[in-house]
Design a protein around this ligand. Structure first.
Ligand SMILES: *[C@@H]1O[C@H](CO)[C@@H](O)[C@H](O)[C@H]1NC(C)=O
Ligand SMILES: *[C@@H]1O[C@H](CO)[C@@H](O)[C@H](O)[C@H]1NC(C)=O
Ligand SMILES: *[C@@H]1O[C@H](CO)[C@@H](O)[C@H](O)[C@H]1NC(C)=O
Ligand SMILES: *[C@@H]1O[C@H](CO)[C@@H](O)[C@H](O)[C@H]1NC(C)=O
Ligand SMILES: *[C@@H]1O[C@H](CO)[C@@H](O)[C@H](O)[C@H]1NC(C)=O
Length: 308
């Protein structure tokens, strides 16, 4: 009986022990897991704090909420912006036509230490062969990954390029307008009021392509008075019958372009005005570099009347 009880006791004892051990194991596992989670939480939280802090420090208090869609904190894949990671970048595109002063205008923009205008990147046909190559090129420019002689440094405050209306811009305008809206690209239209002068310049430039008047080299943009005088010696002959239709076509293109981009943020500038009134240039530079956010309205010149 005692033996039987003893054995019973012995048999029951391990069951209790097992339950206790099992419970302890479960509790330990729960404890370890909770500690693990806490540890993990401890590892994650400083990063989250850091990201939040970065977001907050990157937000310039001077930028008004309506401007926020137009400022970006670019993250190039090819290098690190380092101490300028928080320098906001504005995106722009100079939309123009050949012989309208865009070369001069771009030189002016690039004379600013923090503005980078990368030239006529879509003059290369492969880059505009279809919508996807156009988008990939745009992404590369606006991510600050584009390399050109005009590329500035990691502190670039405004980045863009010049785009001629006949370089895939008008053909693909729907997708491009969507892109500009999505990424907050500022369209800077640059036209020339005097279409006759533009036409003379087109003819003279195409003549020089073969004649190479400057010591055997062709120059689309001169950089000195002397060079300008040499090129000005050529007097093109204009086919009067073709002149009016050509000028009408040019006007139509400008107006169509404005129509397509009418719902994106844009500005219309005329070469003649920029040359005559430097104040307009200064205001635009300020606009592009965040120094001034209300100049935009002042610059919005009446367009349609002047184009007709
Ligand atoms: C250019 O950017 C740097 C870095 O953001 C800034 O310190 C400097 O003042 C800017 N220069 C001009 C002329 O805006
Ligand atoms: C776009 O053009 C590129 C290069 O010309 C080509 O490799 C690519 O397949 C084209 N994409 C589409 C969608 O047509
Ligand atoms: C052309 O050559 C002349 C004489 O060698 C020189 O004075 C002039 O600067 C050159 N012009 C250009 C555009 O290179
Ligand atoms: C832009 O043009 C379209 C088509 O003509 C027109 O319906 C729309 O109202 C215009 N938007 C603005 C802001 O002018
Ligand atoms: C230059 O442009 C500014 C801004 O549009 C204007 O306020 C100013 O009167 C212009 N100056 C001249 C001399 O036309």
């Amino acid at each position: 009986m005692q033996d039987a009880l003893g054995t019973k006791h012995h048999k029951r004892y391990p069951v209790v022990l097992r339950t206790v051990v099992l419970t302890m194991v479960v509790i330990s596992i729960i404890y370890i897991c909770s500690v693990c989670l806490k540890q993990k939480g401890y590892i994650i939280s400083p990063n989250m704090v850091r990201i939040k802090v970065k977001e907050e420090t990157c937000r310039y208090p001077s930028i008004s909420p309506s401007e926020l869609p137009y400022v970006h904190y670019a993250e190039p894949t090819t290098y690190n912006r380092e101490e300028c990671a928080c320098t906001p970048v504005r995106f722009f595109a100079i939309l123009s036509m050949q012989r309208s002063g865009s070369g001069w205008f771009e030189t002016l923009l690039n004379s600013h230490i923090n503005i980078s205008s990368n030239g006529e990147i879509f003059s290369v046909k492969e880059r505009r062969s279809n919508v996807s190559t156009i988008m990939a090129t745009l992404d590369s420019v606006y991510n600050l990954d584009w390399y050109s002689s005009a590329s500035k440094n990691e502190c670039t405050g405004a980045v863009g390029f010049k785009w001629m209306l006949n370089q895939g811009l008008m053909q693909n305008h729907e997708e491009i307008v969507k892109y500009f809206k999505r990424r907050g690209v500022f369209a800077v239209f640059l036209f020339r009021r005097n279409l006759l002068r533009r036409w003379v310049s087109v003819l003279a430039n195409s003549h020089d392509r073969n004649a190479k008047q400057l010591n055997g080299t062709h120059k689309a943009h001169v950089h000195s008075r002397q060079e300008a005088d040499v090129l000005a010696r050529y007097k093109p002959v204009i086919d009067v019958k073709k002149l009016i239709p050509d000028m009408k076509q040019t006007s139509k293109w400008s107006l169509d372009a404005l129509q397509h981009f009418n719902e994106t943020r844009h500005i219309v500038l005329f070469y003649e005005d920029l040359v005559r009134n430097q104040t307009v240039c200064l205001l635009l530079l300020e606009q592009l570099t965040l120094l001034c956010t209300d100049c935009y309205i002042m610059l919005n010149i009446e367009v349609k009347n002047s184009l007709y």
